[in-house]
Ligand binder design. Structure first.
Ligand code: FES
Ligand SMILES: [Fe+2]
Length: 378
């Protein structure tokens, strides 16, 4: 019997100091070993800002959205005072989820289990049949807060009380997205995809600098000037952009993907924002387990009036085709990563700088997380 390989050994197989010309991808076990997925949950997803909803869902007092971040049930709610607050969506009585709808509007947060009530500010307002309970301080039994902040049209939370503010985390992304005026767009629809691959396979696929576009996405390729595709790494963000060509041969793609340039933003670890003229979609990649992820696409358009309904639907359908093409390849990659035939791969210098950035940022977080765990165990 051979000893099972340790997490430290698996992490040490990636050299995060290698320049792009010499770099390899993160090794296959990072995509298939459940211990790495758990380490990611404890480090990456418990310490980064995670998008949990849209600003338009929490504009009015009492409006809320729920989400799960790193397995933690979360609710974000707009207070009567106009403040936006995040909480662990966990009842202080016996731990039921207090808010059970994905989103909505309410005047009180009412636990469905035994009827405890919390205010929109998280304070415990009332507990049925709780007379005679000694040493119970209502003030100390409100919902536990979690940090919530907004940027552009999006709501984020961070489980880490020590984390830098959202804008600091987003860094260079903020200035790059600002000129695109995404605030003028309105939410139209959501598509959710459950994919049989590790979440990082989906991110890698997104960050290959258009490498796969001519081969996998014939329709999309017909509107992009592939040779002029640019890739720019900022601190925790990669901006891919391509000039567009008017003579798109694929009709549905040509009519729904317009403008001078396509903009594809990725923000570490799991958020993508894609913009064309009058169009934006966001992709949020949520790890389910080491072998599965869920990707949520939110579509926004310049005009969401009934007159534009068919056009917007056609545009979402074009996104669906691209997503189908990506999904098939991501699932094939996940199977390949488990093969004894594969250990790690090399990166195209022209195309795959974004993946290189992703892998280095991830390695930094995982290695720091593993040494914290090791220090705690000593
Ligand atoms: S668990 Fe919420 S009231 Fe009992
Ligand atoms: Fe793709």
């Amino acid at each position: 019997m051979t000893m099972p390989t340790s997490v430290e050994e698996i992490l040490s197989r990636y050299d995060d100091r290698a320049p792009l010309t010499d770099a390899s991808t993160i090794p296959a076990p990072w995509y298939v070993d459940a211990r790495i997925a758990e380490l990611e949950r404890q480090t990456v997803f418990s310490k980064t800002w995670q998008m949990v909803g849209r600003l338009d869902q929490v504009e009015k007092p009492g409006q809320f959205v729920t989400a799960a971040v790193a397995g933690e049930p979360i609710v974000v709610v707009r207070g009567s005072d106009g403040a936006l607050r995040g909480f662990f969506n966990v009842c202080r009585h016996h731990a039921a989820a207090v808010v059970t709808e994905p989103c909505g509007q309410t005047s009180i947060l009412h636990c469905p289990y035994h009827g405890w009530n919390y205010g929109l500010d998280g304070s415990l307002k009332g507990m049925p049949e709780f007379d005679g309970v000694r040493n119970f301080d209502r003030q100390q039994n409100g919902l536990l807060p979690v940090r919530a902040e907004t940027w552009e049209k999006f709501v984020f939370i961070n489980l880490d009380r020590q984390a830098a503010p959202l804008e600091t985390f987003l860094g260079g992304l903020v200035k790059r997205v600002a000129p695109l005026n995404v605030g003028k767009l309105d939410y139209f629809d959501t598509r959710t995809y459950d994919i049989h691959c590790n979440w990082k396979v989906f991110v890698d696929n997104y960050l290959d600098g258009g490498y796969h576009v001519p081969h996998l996405h014939k329709g999309l390729n017909s509107v992009l000037d592939y040779k002029e595709y640019t890739i720019e790494n900022l601190d925790r963000c990669c901006l891919q952009s391509s000039p567009m060509v008017a003579s798109g041969e694929d009709q549905p793609t040509a009519t729904t993907r317009r403008g001078d340039r396509a903009w594809y933003f990725w923000q570490y670890p799991n958020l993508m924002i894609n913009c064309y003229q009058g169009y934006m979609d966001t992709n949020l990649v949520i790890p389910v387990d080491v072998d599965h992820c869920r990707v949520i696409f939110d579509f926004y358009f310049a005009d969401v009036s009934p007159a534009c309904h068919d056009y917007n639907q056609q545009s979402v359908a074009v996104g669906d085709v691209v997503q189908d093409e990506d999904q098939g390849i991501c699932e094939a990659v996940q199977r390949g990563l488990k093969s004894r035939a594969y250990g790690a791969g090399r990166l195209s210098v022209r195309r795959e700088a974004g993946e290189h950035l992703f892998h280095r940022l991830l390695a930094e977080d995982l290695k720091a997380g593993a040494s914290r765990t090791a220090a705690a165990a000593d």
